[in-house]
Design a protein around this ligand. Structure first.
Ligand code: LLP
Length: 412
């Protein structure tokens, strides 16, 4: 086990989190390379008998060390901005394995992607088709494109991370997609290479995904009859992980359902998971600053806050909080809160813990949408990030300094 207690101390692989806190300070994100590799291996195994590509969804965790590891493992990348494109290229990505998704690509980002030679731009509107066509015409190139189709299927997840229903801003309506493909096929500056969807995140069971993939497969068949051939079918990401006690279908079951829905189709199958590859490979290490009590409520005020980990405040997300050193102290029920001036600044509520001032806690399942969604609210420098590999811990992002936070500001 990559995060397990040894001699009463929680370790990341073979390095104790005590030692990491001593060397790198807190708050600090700690990732296990072995866990990322094994999560990737799960996808690779499930897909081994099929022409397929896993495009890691960079938004989940965009640290260069994570991206470089994915590239070495053979992953492609699902990106959503010029910034993510620059990152994956800096980390050694093969442009032929990059998908550029997102509802609001600027002309500059489209140009950057075409110059880099990405595999595909996933278009989300007719207006975007026109823009891509004109940028490609100006560059004298042909843009490889797919439409992200909105299949109008409920992913059965949190409303903020459900993306595949008619009222969501994402994709083009299923009913209009055939017409859009015909229109794209007449443009000399775009080349149709695929079709895609992504219906939501943190899905626990494969049925909604399978239903969406079946819709893509039937659309692909109709396009084929219309003389429009596709190279790939991109079914998105969204595979859930266990934060608490959720029953999550294993990756193999998600993949098997996709393969079943695609039966007979020969296009390359692309998946773009984020959370399932990195979510449980990271923890947020934090130190208790104060133990306090207001009326009947007890608080552990820790040095990490909502600016470091926004998910509890934004989605009411549940992350496990465990002591780094097992102890026999008296347990009580605490809210684990940060120093930020907002009542939504909590990492966990109502947890039974024994903790004293100065103790270290680990917030689990913090590898995805954690550091990636952090901010500098309250002028708090962002946390350090550490990657552990066996008995080695390496700093992969330095803690920000306060000077860096206002280095771009000017007093007129
Ligand atoms: N592909 C597309 C087109 C996406 O929009 C997303 C995520 C993914 C793939 C990866 O989804 P995953 O496999 O990680 O579920 N901040 C939220 C999650 C937002 C997901 C946005 N899109 C959270 O913390 O739960």
């Amino acid at each position: 086990m990559a995060f397990a207690y040894r001699g009463g101390v929680l370790c990341a692989e073979q390095v104790s989190l005590d030692e990491i806190a001593r060397r790198f300070g807190t708050p600090c994100y700690v990732y296990s390379r072995a866990l990322i590799e094994s999560a990737y291996g799960g996808f690779a195994r499930a897909l081994r008998r099929r022409d397929a590509l896993v495009c890691y969804s960079v938004k989940a965790n965009s640290n260069l060390a994570v991206l470089a590891l994915m590239a070495r493992l053979g992953a492609g990348f699902d990106i959503v901005s010029g910034g993510e494109l620059a990152r994956v290229l800096a980390a050694g990505a093969d442009p032929a394995k990059i998908l550029f998704s997102g509802v609001g690509k600027s002309a500059a980002e489209i140009e950057q992607a075409l110059r880099a030679g990405v595999r595909c731009l996933n278009l989300e509107s007719e207006a975007e088709l026109a823009r891509v066509d004109s940028v490609a015409a100006r560059l004298g190139s042909r843009a490889p494109i797919a439409f992200r189709v909105n299949p109008d299927i409920d992913a059965k997840t949190h409303a903020y991370i459900s993306t595949g229903m008619r009222h969501d801003k994402f994709g083009v309506p299923y009913g209009e997609s055939e017409r859009l493909y015909r229109e794209a096929s007449r443009s000399p500056h775009v080349q149709i290479v695929g079709i895609g969807c992504h219906i939501g995140s943190q899905m626990l069971q494969p049925a909604p995904l399978a239903a969406a993939v079946a819709r893509l497969a039937s659309l692909a068949a109709r396009l084929e009859r219309a003389g429009i051939a596709l190279r790939h079918i991109d079914v998105g990401g969204g595979l859930g992980i266990r934060y608490r006690n959720e029953r999550v279908a294993p990756v193999g079951r998600f993949v098997a359902s996709c393969l079943k829905a695609l039966r007979g189709r020969k296009e390359t199958l692309i998946l773009d998971p984020g959370r399932a590859l990195v979510g449980n490979a990271g923890v947020l290490l934090t130190r208790v600053e104060y133990v306090k009590r207001n009326g009947a409520r007890r608080f552990l005020v820790v040095d990490a806050a909502m600016n470091d980990l926004l998910r509890p405040a934004l989605y009411g997300a549940w992350h496990d909080v465990v002591p780094v050193r097992k102890n026999r102290g008296r347990r009580a029920v605490y809210d684990v809160v940060g120093p930020v001036c907002e009542s939504a600044d909590f990492l966990a509520r109502g947890r039974r813990l024994a903790a004293r001032e100065g103790d270290l806690l680990a917030v689990r399942s913090a590898g995805a949408y954690a550091m990636a969604m952090s901010s500098n609210y309250n002028s708090r420098p962002r946390a350090a990030e550490v990657m552990v590999d066996g008995d080695k811990a390496q700093l992969v992002r330095s803690r920000e300094t306060v000077e860096q936070l206002f280095a771009l500001e000017r007093i007129p």
